[in-house]
Design a protein around this ligand. Structure first.
Ligand SMILES: Nc1nc2c(c(=O)[nH]1)N[C@H]1C(S)=C(S)[C@@H](COP(=O)(O)O)O[C@H]1N2
Ligand SMILES: [Mo]
Length: 471
């Protein structure tokens, strides 16, 4: 596949190898907490390590050429193993490593032989410079190849004209407390979580999805065939399982796509199957309960978000969206494969690292205003935020101030149960320090537990609280 040439490079492959072999809890820190900074960081670190090795081999080559040559072969072998573990190995990258080994060794031999024995300092310099040039060249080539691939796909994306809408926000979605996060999240502000060190660049014309496993007949569908079908649309609030209480790994947008249920029906799912193992173009996996993909909810192969083709970092050209489930068990970006199977037959990327196989979203609420630690003007104080219980719906939100009675907040409008809801209330408060906590009750009658639990293994619980002062 031609486009695979552009995104897989030896340096990135080694960095991804490191990522996948990092122990679970640390990997979460890397992927989820450092967020975007982890990606350039890991790639830069890998480059620095390779650079250090190149310099070391150069210096060692002067006295012990054999050691340095063995070192080069060993490091290149690690690079090759890392590359071959990638789901879409570009032949250019493999070629670069295979050709790189003899070239690097020959360059070192030539440098050692050419420099006059009495000019030791100069020879060291040449050997070190050689290593720096080799590594920098590799890193530069990697960077160029990646951005060329991304630009080509951005061009293809900008030419698409999809028959989708941006959706209309419910008239009363926004409550009268300024400072709450906007009800619709723009593509730019939408939270981003994934393991991809380099955003996959997939030409729509090369994309296809394969549905196989415990089915009567395999289904293969291209991008062109997918967007030619009738598209379903709706508002969905996506949430990350590693969103802590009060956190912002949650966003709401209008999505358009083809119901997964229709394609599964076409394939004919066997009655004893209970899971779909989804795989992304970059080899990430997740397991989704078949029930959530075949009932009447808006579980779709999404092609657009807020009326535009998906941004590359949110899964272009096609991702899965399933209301009511955390992203790590459902929302596969760059999805290319769905295997109908059973939960007792596989483990997916995060379940291998200690996270729960099942990931229904937990009912939660958050205070956006006042911000924790704020000082607000004297008089009536506006308190507000969001609450969510996707696919169950929010029935009631209550706020407790200074341990007093629970006061019911006003709720903003929602189109259905799949989105977050804004809440707000106005409270006259005396000057001084106050604390407030919030709790939501969902439409099943469940009221959020005050028991604080961490995000691992299946999502945080507890009440969000703030301390603020009134002037
Ligand atoms: N290919 C791929 N898809 C993925 C992930 C990933 O790492 N790789 N992360 C998942 C997780 S944990 C979440 S919370 C959502 C986040 O989607 P977003 O980045 O569009 O908000 O994507 C899901 N889909
Ligand atoms: Mo997530």
């Amino acid at each position: 596949m031609a486009w695979a040439l552009n995104t897989t490079t030896p340096i990135v492959a080694v960095a991804e190898f490191v990522r996948d072999h990092t122990p679970g809890p640390l990997a979460v820190k890397l992927v989820h907490l450092v967020k975007h900074a982890d990606k350039p960081l890991l790639i830069s670190l890998t480059t620095v390590v390779v650079l250090g090795l190149a310099i070391t081999f150069g210096v060692v080559a002067r006295k012990h050429p054999l050691y340095s040559e063995v070192g080069i072969v060993a490091v290149s072998a690690i690079g090759l193993v890392a590359l071959l573990q990638q789901p879409h190995v570009g032949s250019a990258a493999v070629f670069a490593v295979l050709v790189g080994i003899p070239v690097w060794i020959m360059v070192l031999r030539a440098l050692v032989a050419r420099a006059r024995p009495e000019a030791d300092g100069r020879r060291d310099f040449l050997l070190i410079a050689g290593g720096v040039v080799v590594t920098s060249g590799l890193a530069l080539w990697a960077g160029r190849a990646i951005s060329a691939g991304t630009r080509a796909v951005e061009r293809a994306r900008s030419k698409l004209r999809l028959r989708v809408t941006a959706g209309v926000e419910p008239a009363n979605a926004t409550v009268a407390v300024p400072g709450i996060v906007p009800w619709r999240t723009s593509a730019d502000d939408f939270y981003r979580i994934d393991t991809a060190l380099v955003v996959p660049a997939i030409e729509p014309s090369s994309w296809k999805l394969r549905i196989h496993g415990m089915v009567d007949r395999e289904v293969e569908i291209t991008y062109e065939q997918l967007i030619a079908r009738k598209l379903s649309e709706g508002w969905v609030t996506l949430c990350c399982v590693s969103n802590p209480v009060g956190g912002n790994l949650i966003s709401n947008a209008h999505f358009s796509g083809v119901p997964v249920r229709e394609l599964l029906a076409q394939a004919g799912v066997h009655p004893d199957a209970d899971a779909v193992l989804q795989t992304s173009y970059d080899g990430w996996t997740c397991g989704t309960p078949i029930g959530a993909l075949t009932d009447d909810r808006l579980a779709i192969l999404a092609v657009a978000m807020n009326g535009q083709p998906l941004p590359l970092e949110h899964g272009f050209p096609v991702r899965t969206v399933v209301p009511g489930l955390y992203g790590y068990v459902s929302a596969t970006k760059w999805v290319v494969d769905m295997e109908v199977t059973r939960f007792d037959r596989f483990q997916a990327y995060w379940t291998q690292r200690g996270w729960s196989a099942m990931g229904p979203v937990k009912t939660e609420s958050r205070i956006d205003v006042p911000a924790d630690g704020d000082q607000v003007p004297a008089g009536t104080v506006g308190i507000g935020g969001i609450a969510w219980s996707q696919h169950t719906g929010i029935e009631r939100v209550e706020v407790q101030i200074d341990g007093g009675p629970w006061r019911q907040a006003d709720l903003g409008g929602v189109p259905d149960t799949d989105t977050w809801v804004q809440w707000g209330l106005q409270v006259p408060l005396a000057s001084g320090t106050h604390h407030a906590v919030v709790r939501a009750t969902d439409k099943s009658g469940y009221t959020q537990t005050p028991v604080a639990r961490d995000v691992l293994p299946d999502g945080a619980t507890g009440w969000d609280g703030i301390v603020f002062s009134v002037a």
